[in-house]
Each structure stands twice: as structure tokens, then as C-alpha cells.
Write a protein that binds this ligand. Structure first.
Ligand code: CDP
Ligand code: CDP
Length: 213
């Protein structure tokens, strides 16, 4: 294969994108980028400065000022960070500011990236695209279990509703909305554990990569 391998993993919140993307990266010996962290870190910078994540000028400035160490922060997850990430992500200037970094990450040596628009906007030419989904109930439950494990008190119905609201926002926005690329392979993980998802994804990707481009 002449071009470095890019594997694009997109889908709604808590579908299992990151879990799968990490395992595929290890399997193929590729670097992995969780692109959601970029939007989370921008949202966090805006909140820290007392700003409104929906304010385009403020959010764009935060995106342009983003530094690698912002991605190592431990406070990028949780309901407040989820919402702030999704709000800054709807601003075209924020997305534009983060584009080169994402493309540059994969261009030299290939990569596995997970997010919402990897297959549609960041790497539309990627030969391998998966759109990972699961029912909103299953995804709400997964997010709730994560909070439980961290000892964060949370109510299952509220967490599920937050996931539903964020998906709706991500799908409805004009800038790089959440949707499968025309050539993405859809994988419903509702009834599958992480091992089963990995096995199925590998089978689908190997079949896809064996086809002539
Ligand atoms: O990256 P994304 O938000 O799509 O999901 P994730 O962080 O990979 O997975 C969300 C949670 O669901 C994690 O706690 C995973 O361990 C869990 N999970 C699961 O229960 N079953 C799967 N098939 C995949 C992930
Ligand atoms: O882990 P989870 O699936 O809940 O979210 P995430 O992947 O960390 O993404 C957080 C938010 O960032 C999403 O709700 C999107 O609004 C935004 N995002 C995006 O717009 N484009 C991406 N490539 C990745 C994330």
C-alpha cells in the first residue's frame, strides 16, 4: 500500500469509538488520536476563562491557543465538559483551527482517529471508515457506568438524556455534522462487548482493505 493507512472511526457519544480505535491502533501499529479531546480542551479553556462556549470569537481564540499539554488535563470528561465540547464544536472557526493538526497527525505515518467527522471532513480519502453506533439506552448506560466507576454520583435517566441531547446537537449543526460517510461501514455495538466489536471490526476492515481501491 503506497499511502499511509488512515482508519477513521466516527459515531455518536459513548458508542465505543475510543475503545475500538485504541485496539485497532495497537493491532496495526499506528498512532491513535482521540479528536474529541481537542474539542473538550477548547471547551475547558473557554469555561476556565469564564467565557460562554457558544461565543464564536472566544472559542476560536481558545482553539488557536490550544497546546499539546491541554490534552493531558484530567478534567476533560464529565457532563459540563461534554456540553462545552459540543457547543464549541458547532463553531466553524473552531473546527478550522483544529483541522491542520488532525490532518498532520495522520499524514506522515498513518493513524487511527476517532471523532465525528474523520471520514467525512478530516480524511475523506481514508480507505477504511467505520461508523460505530449503539442504541441511546445502551450508550447512556455505558456513560453512566463510567461515572459510577469514577465515583461520580449520576442518575441514569439524566445521563441518557444528556447523550441524546448532545447527539441531536452534533447531528443538527451545519459545520461537519455527525453522519456516516457514504463509504463508511456501519457497526452496531448495542449487543456486543468490546472484544466482539474488535473482532467484527477487524473482519470488516480486512475485507475492505483487500478490495482494490
Ligand atoms: O469513544 P466513545 O465515547 O464512543 O466510547 P468509549 O469511550 O470507547 O466507550 C464508552 C464506554 O462503553 C466505556 O466505558 C467502554 O468500556 C464501554 N464499552 C462497552 O461497554 N461496550 C463496547 N462494545 C464498547 C465500549
Ligand atoms: O467520548 P464521546 O463520544 O462522548 O465524545 P467525544 O468524542 O470526546 O466528543 C466530544 C464532543 O466533541 C462531541 O459531542 C462533538 O460535538 C465534538 N467532536 C466533534 O465535533 N468532532 C470530532 N471529530 C470529535 C468530537
Amino acid at each position: 500500500r503506497a499511502a499511509p493507512l488512515i482508519i477513521a472511526i466516527d459515531g455518536p457519544a459513548a458508542a465505543g469509538k475510543g475503545t475500538l480505535a485504541r485496539r485497532l491502533a495497537a493491532h496495526f501499529g499506528l498512532p491513535f488520536l482521540d479528536t474529541g479531546l481537542l474539542y473538550r480542551a477548547v471547551g475547558r479553556r473557554v469555561l476556565d476563562a469564564g467565557g460562554d462556549p457558544g461565543d464564536a470569537a472566544v472559542a476560536e481564540a481558545a482553539a488557536r491557543a490550544l497546546r499539546a499539554e491541554d490534552l493531558d488535563r484530567t478534567d476533560l470528561r464529565g457532563p459540563q465538559a461534554d456540553e462545552a465540547a459540543s457547543r464549541v464544536a458547532a463553531i466553524p472557526g473552531v473546527r478550522a483551527a483544529l483541522l491542520d493538526f488532525q490532518r498532520g497527525f495522520g499524514t506522515a505515518h498513518g493513524a487511527v482517529l476517532d471523532g465525528r467527522d474523520i471520514g467525512t471532513v478530516i480524511f475523506p480519502q481514508a480507505p477504511a471508515k467505520l461508523f460505530v453506533t449503539a442504541s441511546v439506552e445502551a450508550r447512556g448506560r455505558r456513560r453512566w457506568l463510567e461515572l459510577q466507576a469514577k465515583g461520580v454520583p449520576a442518575d441514569l435517566a439524566t445521563v441518557t438524556e444528556d447523550v441524546r441531547t448532545r447527539d441531536a446537537l452534533d447531528q443538527a449543526r451545519a459545520a461537519a455534522p455527525l453522519k456516516p460517510a457514504a463509504d463508511a461501514i456501519e457497526l452496531d455495538t448495542t449487543a456486543l462487548d468490546a472484544d466482539a466489536v474488535f473482532a467484527k471490526a477487524l473482519e470488516l476492515l480486512q475485507a475492505k482493505l483487500a478490495q482494490p481501491a
